[in-house]
Design a protein around this ligand. Sequence first.
Ligand SMILES: Nc1ncnc2c1ncn2[C@@H]1O[C@H](COP(=O)(O)OP(=O)(O)OP(=O)(O)O)[C@@H](O)[C@H]1O
Ligand SMILES: [Mg+2]
Length: 401
Amino acid sequence: MTERLRVENLYKIFARSADKALKMLAAGANKELVLAETGAVVGLNNVSLSVPSGAIYMVMGLSGSGKSTLARCINRLNEPSAGKILLDGKDIVTLGDDELREVRRTRISMVFQHFALLPNKSVIENTEFGLKLRGVVLQERRRRAEEVLSIVGLAKWAYHFPHELSGGMRQRVGLARALATNADVLIMDEPFSALDPLIRTEMQDELLRLQRTLKKTILFITHDFQEALKLGNRIAIMSEGELVREGTPQSIVLDPGSEYVAAFTRDVDRSRLFDAQSVMIQARSIVKSGDETVIGNAGLPGSTAFVVDADARVLGSLNGESLSKVKDGASATSLMSKDFVTVRRSTKLVEVAREYRTGRPMAVVDENDKLIGTLEPEQILARIASISPPAQPATIGDRHA
Ligand SMILES: Nc1ncnc2c1ncn2[C@@H]1O[C@H](COP(=O)(O)OP(=O)(O)OP(=O)(O)O)[C@@H](O)[C@H]1O
Ligand SMILES: [Mg+2]
């Protein structure tokens, strides 16, 4: 995937002069020490990251870790103290006022936690506000505003006022306003944090649905790890102004790398995060005679094997007994059973477990129905054990105070 946004060695120091703080950080000092010695607050400490075009990139961390500072540096609501922010390879940090204004108008839109709607303007006026500032004529901006309001499901509310809307609806207006400018990069700073849990879930689903067609590049700030897992293609975790872990949701849960990150991952339901591909045994050809190919796991005696056609599509399954006969020269297609299940590689383990109850052999297939692996119960259990954190020791009997 092409890279849309790249942050390189970004620093933000809140102080009249950043020089001393930057020198201290370069020499290995941390945020606390810099504050103690210079009084400067470190917002960002040497942050680098790369956001692929079309990705939802999550920035997650505790309060004060620097998430908003990062978001605000990207369109220079905060001026970086050092470092680069490359949008399609062009450094935003060095832009002059005019160029910067142009980037904010046409390339990067922001959605905030507290909607920031104008209370005395209607929904449609709020939606078209950015376009009005850009000097887009009334008829044109109305048309565009109507279009994006219907995208976010608010067409009927165009001539109502913000106070008549629920929190979720107001946030939809915020989103519509960001979409109206046609910017291809959206920066969303905790857009759903002020919403109650049900509405929040609804908005998350809505964003995922919209993103399937919009394919914006989204930098999404959250302090909620569950939200990061649900929405993110990649997650960056921040602590004390530093980026301490970066990767796919699955890789971060598998290998948090520090106690700080591990604490977020502890309560994650692994069976909803990991998919069939992550626990399968890769398919290997074990018998091939004529146009018959049998695929399975040679290392596990007694495990199921599958007969596939020339395109690696599953035709049937063979149990251990039939497999030995095939190895001795019997025809695989005549011995195979049609009683098997196929699951897609992206099927989550909760679903796999449901299928597994039927006790039938399971094949993992890709998007073209090609066999790519097999699922064996022992392997699934072993794998789930390895991706789950050690359980707290059970308490037996009463504890004494
Ligand atoms: N304008 C400012 N002046 C001085 N310090 C600031 C300013 N803005 C942010 N900071 C400091 O920078 C650090 C990072 O703040 P930031 O707002 O980026 O955190 P955050 O991760 O967004 O937190 P939250 O989850 O609470 O929104 C904090 O120590 C904060 O005190
Ligand atoms: Mg913040």
